[in-house]
Design a protein around this ligand. Structure first.
Ligand SMILES: [Zn+2]
Ligand SMILES: [Zn+2]
Ligand SMILES: [Zn+2]
Length: 216
């Protein structure tokens, strides 16, 4: 990466486009640590010079955040969609179902808000953030989706396996099905875990478990 800090032009005026967050109401501005605008008056200021935009009108931090949030959101959308179907089939109001998803009735509102930012967005995120209105929506999307994803106790991460039963003898004749815990981040290990505390995170053994699940 070259030129991570913005440069001042001959007139002392910033000669770069600022990260769009510096122009948005109610959004924390992305600034450069310990670098200040000429008119900075706060002694306690930790840095108020705007971060330069790097991808479209987003700084690198905002761009990375958008990429991650978009990926997580699309994963969550599938769960939300199947979940909504399940709820609509249950008049009693579901508080959870066998896959371990938990339903909160208020989630629909947050989902609608997140979706509203995505409406009309180009498929390519880079194109999306190249216009002021697109970049604005993208930043608001990130913030809203992150909040929504945190608020939904969507247990998509932990799923019961179909076949694999806990080998721990404590269960006697009826060992429970174990849970599949995907990696937190790409390349992190996968774990299989039982409610009794039995756990398998040896990746070779995990492959064996996967093979069994696939065959049956
Ligand atoms: Zn400052
Ligand atoms: Zn930014
Ligand atoms: Zn067990």
């Amino acid at each position: 990466m070259t030129n991570t800090k913005p440069e001042r032009g001959p007139t002392g005026v910033m000669s770069y486009l600022e990260c769009i967050t510096n122009e948005l109401e109610g959004v924390r501005s992305c600034t450069v640590k310990d670098e200040h605008r000429d008119n900075c008056q706060y002694e306690q200021c930790g840095g108020c010079l705007p971060q330069p935009s790097r991808v479209g009108l987003l700084c690198l931090r905002c761009w990375r955040r958008l990429e991650v949030t978009l990926a997580e959101w699309y994963l969550a959308e599938n769960v939300i969609a199947s979940h909504t179907t399940l709820i609509s089939h249950d008049n009693a109001g579901v508080h959870g179902h066998q896959d371990g998803y938990v339903n909160l009735p208020m989630t629909t509102l947050a989902v609608d808000e997140v979706r509203s930012y995505l409406r009309g967005a180009p498929a390519e995120a880079e194109a999306w953030v190249s216009s002021t209105s697109g970049a604005t929506n993208a930043v608001r999307f990130s913030i809203c989706a992150e909040r929504a994803l945190r608020a939904f106790p969507i247990q998509e991460r932990e799923r019961p396996l179909r076949r694999m039963r806990c080998p721990n003898p404590v269960h006697g004749a009826y060992p429970p099905i174990v849970q599949w815990i995907p990696p937190q981040a790409f390349a992190d290990p996968i774990t299989v875990r039982c409610i009794c505390g039995w756990e398998q995170s040896d990746q070779d053994k995990i492959d064996d478990i996967l093979a069994i699940e696939a065959i049956h």
